[in-house]
Design a protein around this ligand. Structure first.
Ligand code: NAD
Ligand code: MG
Length: 366
């Protein structure tokens, strides 16, 4: 059975996120129900080299059946594709295809495709309609909702981008059957992050559902996605452009997580494994600085374990980790800012002194 979440962000058209085991088959029909797409003639599917052989034809058939004239562009799979160069290739290809302002771009794939195609859609002819069709758990629970698009520069990830809300999001959970385990747990880490920040209700539901989720049972998967989307949409609705300090809660676990990812060398640990490690660290820092309880720290550890995100075996020089955290674009005025949980559903943003961070890293990272 399919679930629908309606995303309502002030100042934007509201949009539906459809979550279900064969949502891709009704993609075209549902898009026709979106006012901006009722009359659209052409749809461009942007996808990557892993996803294209698996799901491109189904997406295109659904679009064609709804009367869209379809084209597709396949980009190489992988983070390197989120570049200015590939964005430029997309713009050129769109112009070659003579796509006009009334076309729609359908991003079919993970967060890489979503961010890249979203960026191209929001800039080509000053912006054409975007539909997200996420095929990774991470993109279903996180990147396809909220409107951030972007590409990486040599100087860092996501340094160029736009805010562009999609007109429709089609999360076909059936596509997750082919997702590699490593990518699966990346999505689980973002779900766990959302649950800890959101509420007791979400957190304890997830604790109960963790085994079913790890076994990829569709009911649990769909509900975890729906709950995460509701959570993210609510945060984004309060802080659409990340200017009010609310959206920063989505960065929970990412402060140390990004540093771990960078220092270990991109690809050594998955993003999710690194974020989970960052959550474990932030919870302990939270216990020291904002009064999180030992029970909370243990409950979060247990949840991450159950979701297939065990503590990492790694070590790093605390000074190097601190340095990497300071180079992150989210660091402020030379101090590292952490999202620190006080408890499930309660958090604070805190600029933490170097000496305190180093002391904790010393105990944690060796
Ligand atoms: P990804 O897009 O690289 O996908 C991971 C891998 O899975 C790729 O190799 C892809 O080809 C493959 N794949 C995708 N769907 C598949 C399927 N159904 N079956 C088999 N293989 C499949 O990575 P991701 O984790 O989805 O996204 C990460 C990106 O998202 C990063 O660039 C990150 O910066 C971005 N992101 C953006 C936001 C946002 O708000 N815009 C939020 C979080 C992350
Ligand atoms: Mg993340």
């Amino acid at each position: 059975m399919a679930t629908k979440v309606i995303v309502n962000i002030p100042g934007e058209e509201s949009y539906d996120v459809r979550i279900g085991a064969s949502a891709l088959d009704s993609l075209g029909r549902r898009m026709r129900g979106v006012p901006a797409l009722g009359q659209a003639e052409r749809a461009l599917v942007v996808t990557d080299s892993n996803v294209a052989p698996l799901y491109r034809d189904r997406a295109k058939e659904s679009l064609a059946a709804a009367g869209f004239r379809t084209s597709d562009i396949v980009v190489p799979a992988g983070e390197d594709t989120k570049s200015v160069e590939v964005a430029g290739e997309l713009w050129e290809a769109m112009a070659q295809l003579k796509l006009g302002r009334d076309c729609v771009v359908v991003a079919l794939g993970g967060g890489v495709v979503g961010d890249l195609a979203g960026f191209a859609a929001s800039t080509y002819m000053r912006g054409v309609t975007l539909v997200q069709a996420p095929t990774t758990l991470l993109s279903m629970v996180d990147s396809s909702v909220g409107g951030k698009t972007g590409v990486n520069l040599a100087a860092g990830k996501n340094l160029v981008g736009t805010f562009k809300q999609p007109a429709y999001v089609c999360a076909d959970t059936g596509t997750l059957a082919t997702l590699p385990e490593r990518e699966w747990t990346c999505g689980c880490a973002e779900i766990a992050k959302s649950a800890v920040i959101d509420s007791d209700e979400f957190f304890f539901w997830l604790v109960d559902a963790a085994d079913a989720l790890a076994a990829r049972e569709d009911g649990a998967v769909s509900e975890a996605i729906a709950r995460s989307v509701v959570f993210k949409a609510d945060v984004v609705a309060q802080d659409k452009t990340e200017s009010r300090g609310v959206r920063e809660c989505l960065n929970y676990g990412h402060t140390l997580g990004h540093a771990v990812e960078t220092l270990a060398g991109y690809g050594t640990f998955s993003h999710g494994a690194a974020v989970a490690e960052g959550m474990r660290f932030a919870a302990r820092l939270g216990a020291e600085l904002v009064g999180a309880s030992a029970d909370f720290v243990t409950a979060q550890d247990d949840l991450l374990d159950a979701l297939g995100l065990p503590a990492l075996a790694w070590s790093a020089e605390p000074a190097a980790l601190l340095d990497a955290m300071k180079r992150d674009k989210k660091a402020r005025r030379g101090q590292v800012r952490f999202v620190l949980p006080r408890d499930v559903g309660a958090w604070e943003l805190l600029d933490v002194d170097d000496a305190v961070i180093l002391e904790h890293l010393d105990a944690w990272a060796r």
